[in-house]
Design a protein around this ligand. Structure first.
Ligand code: UDX
Length: 479
């Protein structure tokens, strides 16, 4: 077939409607469009509304359609309903939100895909976040290739993928789960039950929650994907990726970042970004601790108060991202009374609702990151050579902590043994992260892992090659 006769892939791309999933999806879509794909990128009305509202002051880039037009890329942008009105509090009513993702969203997706497929747009591929429960059914019905897009480490994917093994070995699903080491998952030498994702931990007794029902369906569905894309780096998770690849074509193409890392041409933030640069410019190199617990998890009020106490006691400079719903959206004042004012008056601390995290982490004044261990945050911090103080809260964050602290040794735990937080301990750990021998050791180690990430995306590196191979394989399948 001569080149002009070859079909250009046109993919409909559905990111999961949560901040930490939309961000890498936008950047992956942009990479695909740069490689010649036509992309129809579909956000929910709610995600679209949040991003547009946050970017209303002009910070943070254009929407994906406008940015792609400026860059000469073919990305079309559409929105669908998630079944709830815009004003519905998805954070406060998360069980209802998940029920909607399970029962309402699939019908909206199907109606959308049917409309696209029956138009003249020649759609050939469906790319959907692995947490969705419907992609294989929709792809089969409309004769599309199905690409499952996984935004977390391969380790987390493979554990969910082999949930049946955890059940049959008694590590999950019974009233009295085993608590010894898990050593039978293909591609995973050993993992402790306490390092499993929160839904699978021995302490999780209700295994029929809405999240469990979604997990059961989604990780059954992914087994019918034609391709799996993972936002990780082969060299960091070699055995796990090889084992997955033996069952299904799997491509590790991470880290997926915006071109240029700091200044994304596409707006992705769902909260308005505060500009921290001027404040950071006034601080000495390596003196600032960046604190953020990501976009979705909640922390208890006592934990927030102990962290606040620890921050003040440590004497370190800090920027703390305190989302309005960090404790709960019906608790608008999560911080101790007077904390923010004291930090500001002493010139030591800045509290913001949201910021450009990549910009903050890239600033030379930042010397550490107290994080909830979201996967994007870990990759971004490693990319910037900023060691991590780990405080996992929810879902994959416990498993991501194991990789960060136990395997790659680029971070330390905020709490030892139990997950009870005490201000004195927080202050001590901040000190270890930012000053002295441990800090020095962490910086040396993180430089090495950063180099692994950089090499992966350099010409001929594993992620660059994986990405090119994926594009070629898709083209072969549709032509
Ligand atoms: C959840 C999961 O835990 C995570 O592993 C998965 O990849 C996505 O969903 P989330 O709370 O969204 O995590 O955290 P994280 O993965 O770290 O993603 C947060 C994103 O928001 C990062 O890209 C970060 O740069 C960005 N962010 C965060 C900002 O731009 N500004 C902020 O103020 C805080």
């Amino acid at each position: 077939m001569v080149d002009e006769d070859r079909k250009r892939p046109h993919a409909i791309f559905f990111p999961y409607p949560l901040q930490g999933h939309v961000i890498p999806a936008v950047h992956f879509a942009t990479k695909l469009a740069s490689a010649g794909f036509t992309i129809t990128f579909v956000n929910t009305h709610f995600v679209h509304h949040q991003i547009s509202k946050s970017g209303a002051d002009g910070r943070g880039g254009d929407d994906i359609f406008t940015a792609s037009r400026k860059a000469g890329l073919d990305i079309r942008y559409e929105t669908i309903s998630d079944g709830f009105p815009l004003g519905f509090d998805r954070s406060l009513n998360h069980d209802q939100f998940w029920e909607g993702a399970l029962h309402v969203l699939p019908a909206h997706v199907e109606e959308f895909v049917e409309r696209k497929v029956s138009s003249k747009e020649k759609v050939s591929v469906l790319i959907a976040d692995t947490f969705f429960v419907w992609p294989s059914t929709v792809a089969k019905k409309y004769n599309l290739l199905y690409v499952s897009f996984w935004t977390e480490p391969a380790l987390v994917l493979t554990i969910y993928y082999h949930l049946h093994l955890l059940r049959s070995h008694g590590h999950f699903g019974s009233q009295d789960n085993r608590t010894d080491t898990i050593d039978y998952i293909p591609g995973v030498r050993a993992v402790e039950p306490t390092d499993l994702m929160s839904y699978l931990q021995p302490s999780c007794k209700d295994t029929s929650s809405i999240c469990h029902r979604i997990i059961d369906k989604a990780f059954d569905d992914v087994k019918r994907a034609d391709f799996i894309i993972i936002n990780t780096v082969r060299e960091l998770e070699e055995e796990t990726i090889s084992a997955l690849h033996q069952t299904q074509p799997t491509y590790a193409i991470g880290p997926i970042f915006p071109t240029g890392f700091i200044d994304s041409p596409v707006a992705t933030s769902m909260w308005p970004e505060s500009n921290c640069t001027q404040w950071l410019d006034s601080k000495p190199p390596g003196s600032v601790l960046y604190v953020s617990f990501g976009s979705y998890a909640h922390a208890s009020k006592p934990a927030i108060h102990e962290i606040a106490r620890g921050l003040l006691q440590s004497g370190v400079n800090f920027i703390w991202v305190v989302r309005p719903d960090i404790v709960s959206s019906d608790d608008p004042d999560p911080l101790p009374v007077g904390f923010e004012q004291k930090a500001r008056e002493e010139g030591r601390g800045l509290v913001v609702v949201w910021c450009s995290q990549n910009k903050v982490l890239s600033h030379c004044a930042v010397g550490g990151f107290l994080t909830h261990c979201g996967w994007n945050s870990i990759l971004e911090s490693i990319w910037c050579g900023v060691p991590l103080l780990c405080f996992p809260l929810y879902t994959d964050q416990f498993t991501n902590r194991k990789l960060t602290v136990d395997d790659w040794k680029v971070g330390i735990n905020l709490c030892d043994g139990d997950w009870v937080i005490r201000g004195e301990e927080v202050s001590k750990k901040i000190d270890r992260l930012m000053r002295g021998e441990t800090a020095e050791d962490l910086r040396v180690k993180i430089k090495k892992v950063k180099k692994v990430l950089e090499d992966a995306w350099a010409a001929g590196g594993s992620s660059e090659t994986g990405f090119r191979q994926f594009v070629e394989d898709i083209e072969v399948k549709i032509n």
